[in-house]
Design a protein around this ligand. Structure first.
Ligand SMILES: *[C@@H]1O[C@H](CO)[C@@H](O)[C@H](O)[C@H]1NC(C)=O
Ligand SMILES: *[C@@H]1O[C@H](CO)[C@@H](O)[C@H](O)[C@H]1NC(C)=O
Length: 268
């Protein structure tokens, strides 16, 4: 009896311990980024001048991050802040409308939720992730997830592959799912590229082709624009990032540009 009581309390306390670990881990993003800060970073995102008006919310970002417990919770406080700045920097560039308009350059992230006038249907023949007739797998959500294979792979991870391939617009009907797709892309390596997450937390150390760890490598993963000298796309990705680093009070880390870094064959 006594033995069983001990076992039960042991299990109970282990459970408590596990729960408290998980909850502190899960609220990680909220510790780094407050709602006030998020709204200061993208002040136009919910105004009339913005195409995505009312779509991107802080609450959805926090909720989506819970599905990826290592996001913004790995490494020192400084690294966690840098990961949030880098994620928002890249996604702001991906979704921007008017990135450099005075008087407030780089305040125009999260302008679009869906790519307008896509030049292609972003469909590549793929037996595992087949395109549905008449659908366009153009950029949607914070990362502007593109291509049928990305919709399919992300769909698989949430158990909705068929639905998403048949109706890619689902991604912009549910903002939590839209943020999940963006964080999924961020966390998931697509060889030969490392994951954006592994780069920003310092787990990836460069490769044989001379690519170096730092924010510039993440611009290269999402691309295009690296390896061709001073490119405005690369510059703008950096400008968003450095603005957010400054706001969060964290240094930029090394190699934030990729002007002379060998590009990958395919961008997002
Ligand atoms: C949070 O969880 C992830 C994945 O389970 C883990 O890799 C990370 O180290 C955790 N962070 C903390 C602070 O416990
Ligand atoms: C929206 O997406 C989230 C995350 O994938 C999911 O948990 C939720 O059920 C979705 N809501 C609807 C109405 O489909």
């Amino acid at each position: 009896m006594r033995f069983r009581g001990l076992t039960v309390s042991f299990l109970f306390f282990s459970y408590l311990l596990l729960c408290s670990c998980q909850s502190s881990n899960r609220s990680g993003l909220g510790h780094i980024l407050t709602k006030a800060m998020f709204e200061k970073m993208i002040p136009h995102a919910n105004t009339d001048s913005c195409r995505a008006k009312g779509f991107y919310t802080y609450e959805a970002f926090i909720a989506a991050a819970k599905s990826y417990p290592a996001f913004a919770t790995t490494g020192s406080h400084e690294i966690r802040k840098r990961e949030v700045a880098a994620f928002l920097g890249q996604t702001s560039f991906q979704t921007t409308g008017e990135p450099w308009l005075p008087p407030d350059p780089y305040h125009w992230g999260y302008y679009y939720k869906k790519e307008e006038n896509p030049p292609t249907d972003y469909c590549q023949p793929n037996p595992r992730y087949p395109c549905a007739a008449g659908r366009n797998y153009c950029g949607r959500g914070p990362m502007q997830l593109s291509w049928n294979h990305n919709y399919g792979k992300f769909g698989e991870t949430i158990g909705r592959k068929k639905e998403l391939l048949e109706n890619p617009d689902l991604l912009i009907k549910n903002v939590t799912m839209a943020f999940e797709a963006a964080i999924w892309f961020w966390m998931t390596p697509q060889p030969p590229k490392p994951s954006c997450h592994d780069v920003i937390i310092g787990k990836w150390h460069g490769d044989e082709e001379g690519r170096l760890p730092g924010y510039g490598e993440i611009s290269n993963i999402i691309g295009p624009g690296c390896g061709i000298g001073a490119d405005v796309r690369v510059r703008d990705r950096m400008e968003y990032y450095t603005r957010y680093c400054d706001m969060l009070g964290v240094g930029y880390g090394e190699n934030i540009a990729c002007y002379s870094q060998k590009p990958y064959g395919n961008a997002l």
